[in-house]
Write a protein that binds this ligand. Sequence first.
Ligand code: ARG
Ligand code: ZN
Ligand code: CA
Length: 292
Amino acid sequence: MQVFHQALESDPEFRNRIARVEAYTARHALLNLTARSAGPVVIPVVVHVVYDSPELNLSDEQVRSQIDVLNEDYNQANADRINVPSVWSSVVGNAGIRFALATTDPSGASTTGIVRKQTTLTSFSAGDDGVKSSAAGGDDPWPSDRYLNVWTCNLGGGLLGYATFPLQVASRDGVVILASAFGRQGSAEYPYDRGRTMTHEVGHWLNLRHIWGDTTDCSGTDYVDDTPNAGGPNYRTPTFPHVTCGNGPNGDMFMNFMDYVDDAAMIMFTQGQCARMAAALDGPRASVARGA
Ligand code: ARG
Ligand code: ZN
Ligand code: CA
């Protein structure tokens, strides 16, 4: 978000692109278009496993466990969805998006969709995006108009993961996930061992903002009507209801994938969020949704 807001402030072209995407997204929601009307969407994923020590060279199984989580969470098939407070059961959304490890690489050769890359670096940072560059000790992306690029590695600064928004930066598009917050086995560590970091980051990649609107004075918005405004991020496993910004009696929708709670506590998208993601898939992400 820091990088995103800095670009909004300093890059008028970026500001224009984002304004156009928001205008388009609002129109898309009004017309009630959905990507699903055009048939099921499958997004080809390439996972770049960047490791300096064997523990970070995650197994194919662990990678597949992460893809499974995405397919559950983006198809309202996560077992813990039953824990959504009943006041919100009518707004829970089904994104209807499927994810599959790529079966063809950019040159057309067959692939597992998993690329392993040994590095000498013990950690990467979001600031310089090093993990996305072979020259910097990471691994170059596959074309971002055809693949969702995912990197898993060690990250500094307590960061669990980070993402780019649609039209932010094509050459470094994708999501990065800390190896100990990736998938739901192997190196994944409690309380980030249910694969929800990637569910959250892919939400950003599909144009979702944080549920509290990225301000802490109740002035922000996530551009979604069926998520209550909230005063800031929630952490750990909050008790319902947590009232902020005059959003009583139900309070913050802290169990939303776009809050900051523990993996076990984030369990839902809303229909409004799904409409935003559908707009992204019909618009700036359309070429990826068509498949590689
Ligand atoms: N970018 C956020 C961070 O690094 C992701 C938070 C994901 N939360 C989670 N429970 N997995 O803090
Ligand atoms: Zn986030
Ligand atoms: Ca909202």
